[in-house]
Design a binder for this molecule. Structure first.
Ligand SMILES: Cc1cc2nc3c(=O)[nH]c(=O)nc-3n(C[C@H](O)[C@H](O)[C@H](O)COP(=O)(O)OP(=O)(O)OC[C@H]3O[C@@H](n4cnc5c(N)ncnc54)[C@H](O)[C@@H]3O)c2cc1C
Length: 287
């Protein structure tokens, strides 16, 4: 196995395009190294992105948008001064991943590119309207987070392409987001259902919303009907019931020992209501 440490994304692209066989990028390694030890994947080439300039940076631009480096860890996100004020739902989703040790390594980018349907940060990023910069042989393009995973363990990234940053939009006034998951234990478990809600209010009225579900389909879902149920409402009982019904209707889950189809479908609605209430309170506090 070749272990490579590019100094730039352009180098990483050249290394990836010039390599045959199985290629993996190494960010925190909390998926890749576990998969290697379990003989699930044996890369011919491992390209460690952690030495590229700026990959540990979390920065807010003058327009209020955020750029999160591809090696920024969950711990770095949680400890950041401003990120959690603007995007508490994204930070709390990332913070749910693993243990203290895992938090010191795990990244948003790795969570996204591992393409688990149950990845915790992915619904939160989708609800936030996050995009990623994808660098490849033809330059850099911007891709919505919901367009990266195409199925369990599969992404839309072409050979030689890698993510070079995660981008969150400006929070703006009256905005709030939240992420909740159901797990049978209190921690260190994989979501049976995850739900993120991001919304904006004007007074008490919701003017914008995005709702995303995880672990109820082969990829995390952006549920536009659930957002429609919220927009124009003051989060009254009728809106909450319509939200829950739309969230449940979007589910296409597997049936396994961790949750039946019926259970996951019902819980999606329950979590959507709860996450919407938290996001709504956060949004009203930001006016
Ligand atoms: C004990 C334990 C508990 C965990 N608990 C949770 C949990 O509760 N919730 C959860 O969602 N996950 C959990 N995970 C899984 C894992 O920690 C997360 O998915 C984590 O965010 C992966 O990030 P990473 O940086 O470690 O990824 P890595 O392992 O470095 O990479 C993961 C994948 O992303 C690809 N990749 C990395 N960087 C790039 C890039 N720049 N461009 C393109 N592809 C790239 C790699 O090729 C690889 O396929 C757990 C893992 C462990 C070991």
């Amino acid at each position: 196995m070749r272990y490579l440490t590019p100094a730039s994304f352009e180098d990483a692209v050249a290394m990836a395009t010039g390599s045959d066989g199985v290629i993996r990028f190494l960010a925190g390694g909390t998926d890749v190294l576990v998969q290697m030890r379990a003989d699930i994947v044996t890369p011919d080439t491992l390209i460690d992105v952690k030495k590229i300039d700026g990959v540990h940076d979390i920065s807010r631009a003058d327009d209020g948008s955020w750029t999160i480096g591809v090696a920024s860890t969950g711990a770095e996100m949680t400890e950041h001064d401003g990120l959690g004020k603007d995007w508490p739902g994204v930070v709390e989703a990332m913070d749910l991943i693993g243990s203290t040790q895992v938090q010191g390594r795990a990244t948003l980018t790795g969570n996204l590119c591992n393409a688990s349907p149950a990845a915790d940060s992915v619904p939160a990023m989708i609800a936030a309207g996050a995009t990623v910069s994808v660098t490849g042989p033809d330059g850099t393009r911007t891709v919505a987070v919901e367009d990266i995973a195409t199925g369990p363990g599969k992404t839309s990234l072409a050979q030689g392409e890698l993510i070079s940053s995660v981008n969150l939009p400006a929070r703006g006034a009256g905005g709030g987001d939240a992420y909740l998951r159901f797990i049978p234990r209190t921690e260190m478990d994989i979501a049976v259902v995850g739900c993120a809600v991001n919304l904006r209010v004007d007074g008490d009225t919701i003017t914008e919303a995005r709702v995303s579900l995880g672990a109820v389909a082969p990829t995390a879902l952006l549920v536009t009907d659930a957002a429609t149920a919220l927009i124009g409402s003051t989060l009254d009982d009728a809106a909450l019931d319509a939200l829950a019904a739309a969230a449940s209707a979007a589910c296409n889950p597997i049936d396994d020992k961790r949750g039946t189809i019926e259970f996951r479908t019902k819980i999606a609605g329950v979590l959507a209501k709860r996450a919407a209430k938290i996001a709504y309170d956060r949004a009203r506090a930001q006016q």
